[in-house]
Design a protein around this ligand. Structure first.
Ligand SMILES: Cc1ncc(COP(=O)(O)O)c(C=O)c1O
Length: 397
C-alpha cells in the first residue's frame, strides 16, 4: 500500500464492500411470507401474525403487552397519547436524537421541550431533565441512542419525584439491556421501529410495549379506528386511525427474533475490537461511553468522538475514500428551525456535536475483521490530519 491517502490518489485500506442491510432473507422468512401470500389474510384484522409478533416481542423484551403498528414515529405519538399526554402538555426530549422524537409530540398538539444531553454519553441525565421541567411537564421521552440504553435509574427517580410519564424510544435498541433488564420494560411505555435501517426490519413497522393493560388497550384502539378489542366492527369508543401493521411485515419480523442475539454479538465483536485498537493507537478517537448501569449495548450504530480539533468534514471524506464510510450524525434538535419554532429549547442550540462520527450497522456486521480495517483507516487519516494541522500552524507563524 502506498503512503498516500486514498483521497490523495493512494490505495484505499478497504474495498468498500461491507455487508448488505438488511441481510438476505432466511428460509423461515421466505416460508412465512409465502404462507401469508397464499392465505389471502394479508391484514392484521384477518391474520394471526401481528398478534403473535406483539406477544413474542413483548415476552422477549420483558413486557406484558405489545401492540404492532405502522412505524416508530406513530408508535411514539400513540404511546404518548395512550399514557395520558394531552394537547398543551410539555414532553421533554433529548437534543441529540432523530427528529421524530419532537414531531410525534407536535402531532399530539403537545410541546416538545428540547433538553441538553450529557456530553459524556449523549443521553438525557437527571440534571438535564430537571433543568427542563416546568409546571406543564407531563412526560419525558428517553432515547436508547445507537443501541446504548439511557441512564434509566436517575431518570426514573426524577420522573417519580415529578409524577412524569416515561416513554422509552427504543427505535435503535432492540435487545439492549440496562440493569440486567431489557429496554422496553423500564418506563411507562416503550416504542420500537422496524424501518429499513433498524436492527430488525420489515422495511417499515413499529411496536409499543407496556406493562399497563389500560395503556395497551388504548394504544390498540387508537391504531384500530377507535374500536375496542373484541367490540363491534362499527363501534368506536374514541377517535382513532388505521395504523395497523400488515401480516407481511410480521412474517419478516417473527423469525428475526431468533437471530437478534447472534447479530448483536457480531456487532459487539466489531465494537470491542475497534475500541481496543483505538486505545492502542493512543486514543485520538474513541467510542462514546455507555451510561453506568448498561448491561448490553445492542450496537445499532457506533458513535465515535474525535479528540482534539479536527476538520470533521475532511476526516469523513478521507475515510470514505479509504472505503470506510461514516456519517456526521444529528444536528442539535433545537437547530432544526420548523421544529424549534414550535418547541421550548433549553440551552444553546448552536451545533455542538461536531466532534462525532457514526459507523452504521451494516459495517458493524463485518465483525472483528471489519474493525481491524476501520482502525487502520482511522489511524492513517488522523495521522495525516494531524500533520495537516501542524502544517497549517507552521504556515501561520
Ligand atoms: C430514535 C428514533 N426515534 C424514532 C424513529 C422513527 O421511527 P420510524 O422511522 O419507524 O418512524 C427513529 C428512526 O427512524 C429513530 O431513530
Amino acid at each position: 500500500m502506498s503512503d498516500r491517502l486514498a483521497i490523495d490518489g493512494g490505495t484505499p485500506v478497504h474495498d468498500g464492500r461491507w455487508p448488505a442491510w438488511p441481510p438476505p432473507a432466511d428460509e423461515r422468512q421466505r416460508a412465512l411470507l409465502a404462507e401469508v401470500l397464499d392465505s389471502g389474510a394479508w391484514g392484521a384484522t384477518s391474520g394471526p401474525l401481528c398478534d403473535e409478533l406483539a406477544e413474542r416481542f413483548a415476552a422477549s423484551h420483558g413486557a406484558r403487552h405489545g401492540v404492532t403498528l405502522t412505524n416508530g414515529t406513530l408508535a411514539l405519538f400513540v404511546a404518548l397519547q395512550s399514557a395520558g399526554v394531552e394537547p398543551g402538555d410539555e414532553v421533554i426530549v433529548p437534543a441529540y436524537t432523530f427528529v421524530a422524537c419532537a414531531t410525534s409530540v407536535l402531532l399530539l398538539g403537545a410541546t416538545p421541550v428540547i433538553a441538553e444531553v450529557d456530553p459524556q454519553h449523549l443521553h438525557l441525565s437527571a440534571e438535564t431533565v430537571r433543568s427542563a421541567i416546568s409546571p406543564r411537564t407531563r412526560a419525558v421521552m428517553v432515547v436508547h441512542l445507537a443501541g446504548s440504553p439511557a441512564p434509566m435509574r436517575e431518570i426514573l427517580d426524577v420522573a417519580s419525584e415529578h409524577d412524569l410519564v416515561v416513554i422509552e424510544d427504543s427505535a435503535q435498541a432492540h435487545g439492549a439491556r440496562y440493569d440486567d433488564r431489557p429496554v422496553g420494560s423500564l418506563g411507562t411505555a416503550a416504542t420500537f421501529s422496524f424501518q429499513s435501517s433498524k436492527a430488525m426490519t420489515a422495511g417499515e413497522g413499529g411496536l409499543i410495549l407496556t406493562d399497563d393493560a389500560a395503556i395497551a388497550d388504548r394504544a390498540w384502539s387508537l391504531c384500530n379506528v377507535g374500536r375496542e378489542r373484541g367490540g363491534q366492527w362499527y363501534g368506536h369508543a374514541r377517535v382513532g386511525w388505521n395504523l395497523r401493521m400488515t401480516e407481511f411485515q410480521a412474517a419478516l419480523l417473527l423469525p428475526w427474533l431468533d437471530r437478534l442475539d447472534d447479530e448483536i454479538a457480531l456487532r459487539e465483536s466489531f465494537a470491542t475490537a475497534l475500541a481496543a485498537q483505538l486505545h492502542a493507537q493512543g486514543g485520538e478517537v474513541d467510542v462514546v461511553a455507555d451510561p453506568q448501569g448498561t448491561t448490553r449495548n445492542s450496537r445499532h450504530l457506533l458513535i465515535l468522538r474525535l479528540r482534539g480539533p479536527r476538520d470533521r468534514d475532511w476526516v469523513a471524506a478521507a475515510l470514505e475514500a479509504e472505503g470506510v464510510p461514516v456519517d456526521l450524525g444529528y444536528p442539535h434538535l433545537g437547530s432544526i428551525e420548523p421544529v424549534a419554532a414550535k418547541s421550548r429549547v433549553v440551552g444553546d442550540p448552536a451545533d455542538r456535536y461536531t466532534d462525532l462520527l457514526w459507523l452504521r450497522q451494516p459495517m458493524l456486521m463485518a465483525g472483528e475483521a471489519g474493525a481491524v480495517k476501520t482502525a487502520e483507516a482511522l489511524h492513517r487519516v488522523l495521522a495525516d490530519a494531524r500533520s495537516r494541522d501542524r502544517l497549517a500552524q507552521d504556515e501561520r507563524y
